[in-house]
Design a protein around this ligand. Structure first.
Ligand SMILES: Nc1ncnc2c1ncn2[C@@H]1O[C@H](COP(=O)(O)OP(=O)(O)OP(=O)(O)O)[C@@H](O)[C@H]1O
Length: 223
């Protein structure tokens, strides 16, 4: 079976004219289905840029990016949106809507999938997966930082994604909550075959990774 992610000769530039600058240089990368892969590297090395290209959040300029068997380079906006429906995203700033309860925040993410039968029940299930079954109707203001981050994880999981992209998901968490979030992603890999690619500076979670990929100055370091 084709890997979940297959990248070949990926370059990326930002800016135009004089200000044009290359930030990714000829990346090649395969990520197996079901793996929990940690992406490390110094600030500015290109991790977030790579993640957003893989997630169809920015256009591929040069090279090939195949995700779940589909080429993202040159894909139409509709095709990219279709690809994104098979992915879940967890970002550092959890971006919860303050006016909505935990279960409503998760439901909102399900709405992008169109009509999901029993969306409310699906949202509640995702929240109980992250141990928040007794906080369904709390607004973010009444949740701790760790609990808010777990709502963000539940939101990413609710649509049963095949791939999860996470950008520093443990940054705002203490050791215990950080490990719990990563352990949950690891369990999903085993139980559902979900692939996770996670950017982190958090050394505490490395033991749980199936593989660590390191970037330096826009290049992938040899394993
Ligand atoms: N929208 C943008 N316009 C211009 N340059 C950008 C843009 N986004 C990122 N860059 C530059 O691209 C390079 C890679 O940035 P990127 O955010 O991918 O790094 P990173 O490894 O994720 O860093 P960090 O760990 O600090 O989040 C950096 O030099 C950054 O300044």
């Amino acid at each position: 079976m084709e890997p979940a992610i297959m990248v070949r000769g990926l370059d990326h530039h930002f800016g135009a004219g004089e200000a044009r600058r290359q930030v990714l240089f000829g990346l090649d990368l395969d990520i197996a289905r079901g793996a929990l892969v940690v992406l490390m590297g110094a600030s500015g090395s290109g991790k977030t840029t790579l993640l957003t290209l893989l997630g169809g959040l920015r256009s591929v300029q040069a090279g090939s990016v195949r995700v779940l068997g589909r080429e993202m380079a040159g894909a139409s906006a509709t095709a990219l949106a279709g690809a994104r429906r098979r992915m879940g995203f967890i970002f550092q700033a959890h971006n919860l809507h303050e006016s909505l309860t935990a279960v409503q925040n998760v439901r909102l993410a399900l709405d992008v999938h169109g009509a999901v039968p029993q969306a409310e029940a699906a949202a509640a299930r995702a929240l109980s997966l992250v141990g928040l079954e007794d906080r369904l109707h709390y607004h973010p203001a009444r949740l701790s930082g760790g609990q808010k981050q777990r709502v963000a994880v539940a939101r990413a999981l609710a649509g049963s994604p095949e791939i999860i992209f996470a950008d520093e998901p443990t940054a705002a968490l203490d050791a215990e909550n950080g490990l719990a979030v990563v352990a949950l992603l690891k369990r999903l890999g085993a139980a559902r075959g979900t692939t996770t690619l996670m950017v982190t500076h958090d050394n505490r979670v490395l033991d749980l990774a199936d593989r660590i990929v390191t970037m330096r100055d826009g290049r992938l370091m040899p394993a």
